[in-house]
Structure formats: structure tokens, C-alpha cells
Design a protein around this ligand. Structure first.
Ligand SMILES: NC(=O)c1ccc[n+]([C@@H]2O[C@H](COP(=O)([O-])OP(=O)(O)OC[C@H]3O[C@@H](n4cnc5c(N)ncnc54)[C@H](OP(=O)(O)O)[C@@H]3O)[C@@H](O)[C@H]2O)c1
Length: 316
């Protein structure tokens, strides 16, 4: 089968589309014929070797953690799925090796939810990793409740654009950071107050807009933006980052309530996100869809760091 593969860590030149053996499902696994996969910044971070201490890996590595496709083979002991089911999945495994940028992937049911027929494969592939991250950061780690104010850093990106909509639907007031060219987009998602992350008065603006400070800061950018967030946190507020665990440690050492999470597979949450996408409560913005052969253009766009919504790769 065709797959986007690395045989060593490095810059974009180490990626190639090549033939890999077709996987077969073992006990407790199902095989998905991938129809679309989404890209996430973690794909280039894996390629660069940034996660090599965090997760075991084996070369050759097939990139990609998100997909939508059709179940075409089922191993012993799997219930709840049948051959022919259309599914969507966040397919991160214990060992980084077999990814979703391939014609087939073998997964466990915990990675997978049924794809509603109303969602295209491309739209469904865009949801899992970024949607689950937003959900787990806002609600599981952040404890966001109706009536609170959340600030989302990088609100126009893959994770951010889901987060602002989930927060709004949960009854929160939402402040989102983006460059000015994305402010109308943020408003269209329901963001109450788009703010420019380059503003010199960001902390004052956020304190004013939130009536004293944000109850939750959801950080999708790290670095200075995360460090400065303590300046506009409400009393009793908390910061959740998905990017910068080192800065979180510094905040904690300074007495700020902060935490860092890494997204986990969760098929129940994924099914709920899929329903929200169908109902329109959570719009799925696809910035661009690429064919697998055009992966270099797709990764160049991903790595530029200014994607509005999600980038998707069609797998035929
Ligand atoms: N820990 C986890 O489980 C987890 C899960 C998912 C993602 N992540 C990480 O979280 C980060 C965000 O992921 P993503 O998929 O949302 O990325 P993404 O889609 O590539 O984010 C792109 C967005 O970032 C915005 N941006 C760029 N510079 C910014 C700045 N200085 N301040 C605020 N916004 C800025 C851009 O807005 P403009 O175009 O307006 O500049 C763009 O909309 C990545 O580092 C990713 O690796 C971690």
C-alpha cells in the first residue's frame, strides 16, 4: 500500500511516499481503508524527532494520527463495528510507527467512532485529534462551566477553532487571540471578543473584556503568550496548555494554577464531537485539502503555522 513514510528523523526532505505492507487486524483490532487523513503540527514535530523521548518509535514511521474511512476487515473479539462501517479515528498508538497517512490502518475500537453519514470523509478526518484536544483541555482538565470566561490562544487554528465553539456552546464567554485577518472568522464561530495577539496591551484588554480576568486560559501557542497569561487570570482561574510543559512548570513554581495535557483517544467523546459537527454546533473549517502526492505542499502550509482550521489529505 502507499504510505507517507520516514526512515529517519529530519527536515521535510526525509518524507517520501512509498510502498508498505498492507496491515492485517489482529485480535481486538479492525482495519480501516483510509479515505481522508488530517494533518496536525505533531506530524512535523514527530518527523523532526521532537517526540522521540516522549514516545517509543520504530522506523520506518508512517506519519498521521487522524483519519476517516471504511472498516474492511475485523479481527476476533471486536464488537460494535461491522465491515462497511464508515468511521473516524484518532489513531495514536503506544509505539509511533503505523500512521493514518496510508491506504490502510489497523486500529483498536477505543480509537474509533462511527462517522455520521452527513459528514464527508474529509470533514470527519479533520475532527478527531484537534476536537478531542479541545474537549479534554476545556472540560476534563479546565473544568469550564457556563457563565465563565475563557481565553483561547491561537483561536483560529485546528484546536482553537473547535475550542471556541465548544466553549460557546457550553455557555462560556469567549475571548480568542488571532491576527486581525482572522477576527471576522472568529466572530463567525461565535467568539465574543477577538483580540490581536500582537497587541502591546493584550493583558489590559483581556482584563477589561473579561471583567477582571479569565476563569480559564486555554493555551495553544506556548512561550511568551503562555507566560503572560498569568497577568489576566481571574482569582481562582486556571491555565491549561497543550504546548509548553516547561513554561507550565515555571507557572506552577510561581503559584499559578496551571496544567499541561496530551490528548488521549476517547471514542465516546469523538462520537459526541461528530454529532456536534452534524448539528452545526461545531463547524469544521477545512483550509485546504491535498492529494497524498502533494504532501510537500501540505506540510509547507502546516509548518508555516497560520492554518485557519484544518488541513486534510485525500487518500483516494
Ligand atoms: N498536547 C496535545 O495533546 C496537543 C494536541 C493538539 C495540538 N497540540 C499543539 O498545539 C498547537 C496548536 O495546534 P493546532 O493544530 O491548533 O495548530 P495550527 O492549526 O497549526 O495553528 C495555527 C493557528 O495558530 C495561530 N497563531 C500563529 N501564531 C500565533 C500567535 N503568536 N498567537 C496566537 N495565535 C497564533 C494562527 O493564527 P494567525 O494565522 O491569525 O496568526 C493559526 O490560525 C501546536 O503546537 C500543536 O502541536 C498539542
Amino acid at each position: 500500500m502507499k504510505a507517507l513514510v520516514l526512515e529517519k528523523f529530519g527536515d521535510p526532505s526525509v518524507m517520501k511516499v512509498t510502498e508498505r505492507p498492507e496491515p492485517r487486524p489482529g485480535e481486538g483490532e479492525l482495519r480501516v481503508r483510509v479515505r481522508a487523513a488530517a494533518l496536525n503540527p505533531v506530524d512535523w514535530k514527530i518527523r523532526e524527532g521532537w517526540l522521540k523521548e516522549a514516545f517509543p518509535h520504530e522506523f520506518p514511521i508512517t506519519l498521521g494520527w487522524d483519519c476517516a474511512g471504511v472498516v474492511d476487515e475485523i479481527g476476533e473479539g471486536v464488537s460494535g463495528f461491522q465491515v462497511g462501517d464508515e468511521v473516524m479515528a484518532y489513531g495514536r498508538k503506544e509505539v509511533i510507527r503505523d500512521g493514518t497517512l496510508a491506504e490502510w490502518i489497523v486500529l483498536e475500537p477505543r480509537h474509533v467512532a462511527k462517522k455520521p453519514p452527513e459528514l464527508s470523509f474529509e470533514t470527519a478526518a479533520a475532527v478527531p485529534l484537534a476536537g478531542l484536544t479541545a474537549w479534554q483541555a476545556l472540560f476534563d482538565a479546565g473544568g469550564l462551566a457556563a457563565g465563565q470566561t475563557v481565553l483561547v490562544h491561537a483561536a483560529a487554528g485546528g484546536v482553537g477553532h473547535f475550542a471556541v465553539q465548544l466553549a460557546k456552546a457550553a455557555g462560556a464567554a469567549v475571548i480568542g487571540t488571532a491576527s486581525p485577518g482572522n477576527h471576522d472568522f472568529l466572530r463567525s464561530l461565535g467568539v465574543d471578543h477577538p483580540v490581536d495577539y500582537a497587541s502591546a496591551d493584550l493583558a489590559d484588554e483581556v482584563r477589561d473584556l473579561s471583567g477582571g480576568g479569565a476563569d480559564l486560559v486555554f493555551d495553544c501557542i506556548g512561550g511568551e503568550a503562555l507566560a503572560a497569561s498569568a497577568d489576566f487570570l481571574a482569582s481562582g482561574g486556571r491555565i491549561i496548555s497543550i504546548v509548553d510543559s516547561a513554561q507550565v512548570e515555571t507557572l506552577l513554581a510561581n503559584g499559578v494554577a496551571a496544567g499541561w495535557i496530551f490528548v488521549e483517544p476517547n471514542s465516546d467523546q469523538l462520537a459526541r464531537l461528530a454529532r456536534k459537527a452534524v448539528s452545526g454546533e461545531m463547524k469544521v473549517e477545512i483550509a485546504e485539502a491535498f492529494d497524498l502526492e502533494d504532501f510537500r505542499d501540505a506540510f509547507a502550509k502546516l509548518e508555516a503555522g497560520h492554518t485557519r482550521g484544518k488541513l486534510v489529505v485525500r487518500m483516494g
